[in-house]
Design a protein around this ligand. Structure first.
Ligand code: ADP
Ligand code: MG
Length: 678
C-alpha cells in the first residue's frame, strides 16, 4: 500500500467510511496518516466523587441514585441521572442520546468517564461514555489519540485505520537530508509519524512532534526563501497617484491617523513603482486597516484596474462588502461579492461580471475567488487577516498569471523577529497607532462566582444603548456538541435576562446565510447580546458593542483572546472585557493577567513568548492560526528560527532541489504546498 492509494485500500474502510473520511479532507492513505490527533487522552484511574473538579475529565464508578429522567429543551433531548459512590453524588447528563435511557438500570454498577462541567453552580458529569470494567482497565495509563472527527465516524474507527496504515504503507521513507537531521537532532520520519499517533509516553510524543513541526517550518521557510530569491518582478500595472483619492479622504467621517497616512503612502509608492507590490500591513485589532485597503482599491480602479479583496470568512466578506459600498458606490464604482453560500447561478453571474470587467472590485472568500475566476484586468489583490492563509494559497496567488500587486493585512501581533521569517518575502508596513477617539478597554479577570455581577453589568450597558458579546465555553470533546452548548447557554441566559433584552446566538454549525443574517442584525442594533463561539474572532466590526465577556478564558491562547477582545473598543464609548475563568490554574492566571494589564497586541505577544517555555505540549494552540498543521509560531518560535536558518543554508545552492538525492524532499515540499510545482 502507498500513501497515494485511496483510503479504500485500508482494511475495514468501506464506501460509507470513505465518504465520512472525505468530509474530513482525507482521501488517501497519506492524508489519513497526516490527520494528526488534536489531543491525547490520558486515561486516569477511577476517582471518588468528592475529588472531582470543574473542567476535568474523570472516570467515576458507582450506582444510580435515581431513575433516569428525560426533558426536552430548546429542541434538545436531555437525559439525566445521578451517580453515587461511597463519597458522594453527582448529576449526570446526556444530550440527544435518548436511547441510553433503557439501558440504565438501578442497582447496576457503572464506570462513567466524561467531563465535569459547572452548571448553575453545580458540578455535573456531562456526556460520559459508559465503560465495561475490562475495557476500562485495559486503557488506564495509556495515551490515546483524540482525532478531529465529523458526524458518522468514531475516534475508534480512525485509530484502527491509522494503525493499519502505519503497518502497511511502504513509502514512508526518510526525505530530510541527514546533515540537517543530525544538526537538529530529529527523529526519523517513519518513527515520528508512528509516535505522533501512538506515543507510549510524553517524551516520545515530544520528539515526534518536534520532527514533524520542524518539517513544516523548514518547508515553509524554503518556499519563502525561493520566492525572495526570485526577486521583484516588473509589474504591468503602474498605478499612479489620484486626486480623487485625496478627495475621498477629506470626505471620510474621521481623520486618518498618522499611521494610516504613512502606510497608505508606502502602498502608493509601491503601486506606481513599476514593480509588483508584495507588502504586509500589520496593525493591531482596531487600528483601522480596512480603510487603507479601501483607498488602495479605489486608486487601482481609478487607474483602470480591478481589485480583489479576499477574506477568510463569509461573515467578514459581507461586512467588507458593505463598507466598500458605503465608501465607493457613490463614486460609480461597481462592487461585487462572491461567497460559497451563493447559488451556482449567482456565482456564475459574478464570475461573468469579473471576466467582462463590469465589476471593478470583488470581495469574497479566498476559496471562492481562487476557484476558476478569471479577471479582465486584475491589478491588486488584498488579503485580509493574512495569517489565516497558508503558504499554499500565497504561492497560488503568485502563479495567477497576471501578477497583480499583492497587499496582505494581518492583525496577528507577531514579534518582529518572527515576522521576518514568516513573511520574509514581503515588505512590512505597520499601523502602529489607533484612532485617537478611542478609550483604552477596561479589563478584568474573574471567576464564575462573578457571573451574576457580569450579567448585571451587561444589562446596564444595554440600558445605555450598547451591545455585548458573550463567548460561550467551547466544547472540546466533540465538535457536534458546539450547537447544543450554545443553545443551552442561550436558553439559560434568556431566563436570566428580562424578556425585552434581545439575545441571539451564532456558531460555526450555522449556515453562512444564517450567520450573516444574525451578524447584520447585531450590526444594526437589533440584537443586544450576541452569544457566540469563536466564529466572530476575526475582523468583525460593530463599534456600538462595548462588552466582551469570554467564558472559560483559560482555555484560549493569549493571541486569540486578544483578537476576541478586539471586537470591542472600536468606537468612542468606553469598552470592557471580562475574562471569566472556570478553573483558574496558576499559570493561566498569570497569562490572563498579562492580557488584563495591556491592550497592546505586540507587547502581549512578546510577554507570552517569554512566559512559555519549550514543549508545553498539551497546551492550547496559541495563535489559532491554520497556516501550519502542527506548528504554532508562538509555541515553536525557537524551532522556527532554526528551520529558517537551515532553509537559508540549503538555498545557498539554488539548484539544491534539482539534485537527485533531494528528489524525495522536493516531492514532500510539493505535497506540502498542494498542487504547486517548484
Ligand atoms: P482593523 O484594523 O481591526 O481591521 P477596522 O479597519 O475594522 O480595524 O477599523 C475599526 C473601526 O475604526 C471601524 O469602525 C472604522 O470605521 C474605524 N476607524 C478607522 N480609522 C479611523 C480613524 N482614523 N478614526 C476613527 N475611526 C476610525
Ligand atoms: Mg480588519
Amino acid at each position: 500500500m502507498y500513501t497515494t492509494d485511496s483510503v479504500r485500500s485500508i482494511k475495514g474502510v468501506g464506501e460509507k467510511a470513505e465518504k465520512y473520511l472525505n468530509k474530513l479532507n482525507i482521501y488517501t492513505v497519506g492524508d489519513l496518516l497526516e490527520h494528526y490527533p488534536r489531543d491525547y487522552d490520558i486515561f486516569s484511574p477511577i476517582q471518588t466523587i468528592t475529588s472531582i473538579r470543574e473542567g476535568e475529565i474523570v472516570a467515576l464508578e458507582g450506582t444510580l441514585a435515581r431513575r433516569p429522567e428525560m426533558k426536552t429543551r430548546g429542541g434538545l433531548k436531555i437525559l439525566s441521572v445521578s451517580l453515587q459512590d461511597r463519597t458522594g453524588i453527582v448529576p449526570v447528563t446526556w444530550y440527544n442520546m435518548p436511547f441510553l435511557r433503557n439501558s440504565l438500570k438501578m442497582g447496576t454498577r457503572y464506570i462513567l468517564r466524561g467531563k465535569i462541567q459547572k452548571k448553575r453552580d453545580r458540578l455535573v458529569l456531562e456526556q460520559p461514555k459508559i465503560f465495561g470494567r475490562e475495557e476500562f482497565y485495559r486503557q488506564v495509563g495509556k495515551l490515546r489519540p483524540v482525532y478531529p472527527l465529523t458526524a458518522g465516524i468514531t475516534n475508534n474507527a480512525i485509530i484502527k485505520a491509522v494503525e493499519y496504515s502505519l503497518a502497511n504503507t511502504e513509502d514512508l521513507e526518510e526525505y530530510l537530508p541527514s546533515e540537517i537531521r543530525k544538526r537538529q537532532q530529529l527523529t526519523g520520519y517513519k518513527k515520528a509519524l508512528s509516535h505522533i499517533h501512538f506515543p507510549s509516553n510524553q517524551q516520545e510524543l515530544l520528539e515526534a512532534r518536534k520532527r514533524l513541526v520542524f518539517d513544516e517550518l523548514f518547508f515553509y521557510s524554503l518556499v519563502i526563501s525561493y520566492i525572495k530569491k526570485s526577486g521583484r518582478k516588473k509589474s504591468m500595472f503602474v498605478i499612479t497617484e489620484q486626486e480623487k483619492v485625496e478627495l475621498l479622504i477629506k470626505r471620510l467621517p474621521f481623520t486618518l491617523t498618522g499611521a494610516q497616512r504613512r502606510v497608505y503612502g508606502e502602498i502608493k509608492e509601491d503601486l506606481q513603482s513599476g514593480f509588483g507590490m508584495n507588502r504586509l500591513v500589520q496593525g493591531d485589532v482596531g487600528s483601522g486597516k480596512t480603510i487603507v485597503a479601501v483607498l488602495a482599491l479605489y486608486q487601482t480602479v481609478l487607474c483602470g484596474g480591478q481589485g480583489a479583496f479576499m477574506v477568510p470568512t463569509e461573515v467578514l466578506a459581507n461586512q467588507h462588502y458593505r463598507v466598500l459600498c458605503d465608501y465607493l458606490a457613490e463614486e460609480g464604482i461597481k462592487i461585487g461579492i462572491l461567497t460559497g453560500s451563493q447559488t451556482a447561478a449567482q456565482k456564475r453571474e459574478g464570475r461573468e461580471k469579473i471576466a467582462s470587467g463590469e465589476w471593478d472590485i470583488v470581495v469574497g472568500t479566498h476559496a471562492v475567488i481562487q476557484e476558476n475566476v478569471t479577471f479582465a484586468k486584475l491589478a491588486l489583490v488584498i488579503t485580509d487577516e493574512q495569517h489565516r492563509f497558508g503558504v499554499k494559497q500565497r504561492e497560488n496567488l503568485y502563479q495567477k498569471g497576471q501578477e497583480p500587486h499583492v497587499l496582505a493585512m494581518s492583525a496577528t501581533p507577531i514579534p518582529r523577529t518572527l515576522a521576518l521569517i514568516l513573511y520574509g518575502d514581503m515588505d512590512l508596513s505597520v499601523v502602529d497607532e489607533c484612532p485617537s477617539n478611542r478609550l483604552p478597554i477596561k479589563n478584568c479577570v474573574v471567576d464564575t462566582d462573578y457571573r451574576p455581577n457580569a450579567y448585571r453589568f451587561i444589562h446596564e450597558q444595554i440600558k445605555l444603548g450598547r451591545q455585548a458579546y458573550i463567548i460561550c465555553p467551547m466544547v472540546e470533546e466533540k465538535e457536534e456538541m458546539e450547537l447544543e452548548n450554545v443553545t443551552i447557554y442561550t436558553e439559560e441566559l434568556k431566563e436570566i435576562f428580562p424578556s425585552d433584552i434581545r439575545i441571539a446566538s451564532l456558531h460555526g454549525r450555522m449556515k453562512p446565510k444564517e450567520k450573516d443574517e444574525i451578524m447584520e442584525r447585531f450590526s444594526n442594533g437589533e440584537i443586544d447580546i450576541l452569544i457566540s463561539t469563536t466564529v466572530i474572532e476575526v475582523g468583525i466590526d460593530v463599534p456600538n458593542a462595548t462588552v466582551m465577556m469570554v467564558e472559560n478564558a483559560e482555555r484560549f491562547g493569549l493571541a486569540q483572546l486578544h483578537q476576541l477582545r478586539g471586537r470591542v473598543g472600536r468606537g468612542a464609548e468606553q469598552s470592557y472585557c471580562i475574562f471569566m475563568t472556570g478553573r483558574a490554574a496558576k499559570d493561566s492566571e498569570e497569562r490572563l493577567q498579562i492580557l488584563a494589564g495591556s491592550n497592546d497586541g505586540f507587547y502581549i505577544a512578546k510577554e507570552d513568548l517569554k512566559l512559555r517555555g519549550q514543549g508545553d505540549l498539551f497546551g492550547i494552540r496559541q495563535s489559532g492560526e491554520n497556516v501550519f498543521v502542527l506548528a504554532d509560531i508562538y509555541e515553536d518560535a525557537a524551532l522556527l528560527k532554526k528551520a529558517g536558518e537551515e532553509a537559508g543554508t540549503f538555498t545557498e545552492d539554488e539548484a539544491a532541489l534539482m539534485y537527485k538525492k533531494n528528489k524525495k524532499l522536493k516531492n514532500r515540499i510539493e505535497h506540502f504546498l498542494g498542487q504547486v510545482t517548484l
